[in-house]
Design a protein around this ligand. Structure first.
Ligand code: PRP
Length: 175
């Protein structure tokens, strides 16, 4: 009987040279396509946080898939953190460095409130820039980040170093 981590590891698909030459992309779409596996992943994430979070937030785009499903499992609302320029209302934004260049994410400025316990969800932790910025956006609006939950961690990119002091949970660690 294989563990959930082993099942996800066996299902992830390696795509060489995407999005750039020399990069091996970890494609999570086969995990979503396997209904039983997707449900088991969500069940695993949900049992950790049931009753402990008031709202789930997910980071565009694949963080929406896990985050929204997890919010339904937990019976909470869901808040999308989006790439710049996509949200219609007033936002707070944060820019962060990428390996080459920078990126900006934003959220509606009434999305979180002081005292709220927020679970931040994404599919992959790579360099950690996106996750760190998302956590800081939540905190900028006065709420508390309970944890960062993700399916896959690319440990060789040391994303955890940018999340020191935070509760970081990953199902699959790629060394
Ligand atoms: C990927 C992934 C995370 C982020 C992780 O998203 O889904 O959000 O990169 O990278 P980092 O730890 O180095 O910041 P991407 O920007 O590819 O967006 P997508 O989900 O819209 O494809």
């Amino acid at each position: 009987m294989s563990t959930l981590t082993e099942r996800v590891t066996a299902t992830l698909r390696d795509i060489p040279d995407f999005p750039a030459t020399g990069v091996v992309f970890k494609d999570i779409t086969p995990v979503l396509a396997d209904g039983q596996l997707f449900a088991d992943v969500l069940g695993d994430m949900a049992q950790r946080w049931r009753g402990q979070v008031d709202v789930v937030t997910g980071i565009e785009a694949r963080g929406f898939v896990f985050g929204a499903a997890l919010a339904l499992e937990l019976g909470t609302g869901f808040v999308p953190i989006r790439k710049a320029g996509k949200l219609p209302g007033p936002t707070v934004a944060l820019s962060y460095d990428l390996e080459y260049g920078s990126a900006t994410i934003e959220v509606h400025d009434d999305s979180f409130h002081p005292g709220q316990r927020v679970l931040v969800v994404d599919d992959v932790l790579a360099t950690g820039g996106t996750a760190e910025a998302a956590c800081r956006l939540v905190e900028q609006l006065g709420a508390t980040v309970v944890a960062f939950e993700t399916l896959v961690e690319l440990a060789f990119l040391h994303g955890r170093d940018r999340l020191t002091g935070r509760d970081v949970r990953t199902l699959v660690v790629v060394d």
